[in-house]
Design a protein around this ligand. Structure first.
Ligand code: PAF
Length: 284
């Protein structure tokens, strides 16, 4: 496995693989890899990638001024070892200047689907995500890309971007990987104290209650939301949102008739956690 730092080198190895008739797979990450990321690597292989690149870049453009950019875990040696053990071909770990050299002035913005849920609480976040991912896709070229659906809205936004811009990327989203007790894996879980780790389970309790209620026939978004809101309000310090929305556009809905997602974001101390389920499909 080779660790690449230069964008031009990433482009060169991907071009070379395609010339040799190999399908390239890309798993974009910010590092601090956990079992959820490793499942994305396996999925890229299952989807036909003979060569897999994992990108590791803590992207400053997607963090707000009061967010955790500076304390975000940076664990490149461990991440590279985990990738190598998983059979990854290349890790692309550029530094900030390689991605955003002096004079960098471009932005990729998706409208609509970015303006709800996370978009309300993290203004500019998705512009940072789409800008960096468009750049990564530009370097990698024709490829299979795999993302986790824990960041459900990010998944919707990036799919929209790929369709709108006709990028030669085959997109795949993977269900959320969870701890045995149901907590969604996240690089940010390592911020939680043992006591917060216990309180964090209120999210999964709420999602399970809402799913049970949905399975029993409840279709009123307000009722389903309240089943998550109650335990999360009791255990967390602050809720950003609990919302049922259309599973594709993420627009609010009056009644669950088609596919719908139930998404939550809440704060425990200095840590912000997000989670979601597609009603009738996901079972945390
Ligand atoms: O999901 C992430 O880790 C990041 O948002 C991504 C897609 C790698 C862009 O920086």
């Amino acid at each position: 496995m080779e660790v690449l730092h230069e964008p031009a080198r990433l482009r060169a190895v991907c071009d070379q693989a395609r010339r040799a008739g190999e399908r390239v797979g890309v798993v974009p990450t910010m590092g601090a890899l956990h079992a959820g990321h490793l499942a994305l690597i396996d999925e890229a292989r299952r989807r036909g990638a003979q060569r897999v690149v994992v990108t590791i870049f803590v992207n400053p453009l997607q963090f707000g001024p009061n967010e955790d950019y500076s304390r975000y875990p940076r664990t490149l040696p461990d991440d590279a070892a985990a990738c190598e053990a998983r059979g990854v071909d290349w890790v692309f770990a550029p530094d900030r200047e390689a991605m955003y050299p002096a004079g960098f002035a471009s932005q990729v913005r998706v409208s609509g689907v970015t303006e709800v849920l996370e978009g309300v609480f993290r203004p500019g976040h998705f512009d940072g995500v789409t800008t960096v991912v468009a750049k990564l896709f530009g370097l990698v070229g024709d490829a299979v890309a795999v993302f986790g659906r824990k960041d459900y809205q990010q998944w919707c936004v990036l799919r929209r971007m790929v369709r709108d811009l006709d990028l030669p990327i085959e997109m795949h989203g993977m269900p959320t990987v969870r701890e045995v007790d149901g907590l969604a894996l996240s690089s940010r879980n390592r911020y939680l104290s043992p006591e917060e780790r216990v309180r964090a389970l209120a999210i999964v309790r709420g999602l399970r209650a809402a799913i049970a209620s949905f399975d029993a026939g409840e279709r009123d978004p307000r009722v389903l939301e309240s089943m998550v809101r109650a335990p999360v309000e009791a255990a967390f310090d602050r809720i950003d949102y609990v919302a049922v929305a259309d599973a594709d556009s993420l627009a609010p809905i009056e009644r669950v008739e088609g596919r719908a997602v139930l998404a939550v974001a809440a704060h425990l101390g200095r840590t912000r956690l997000i989670d979601n389920v597609v009603l009738g499909e996901d079972r945390p």
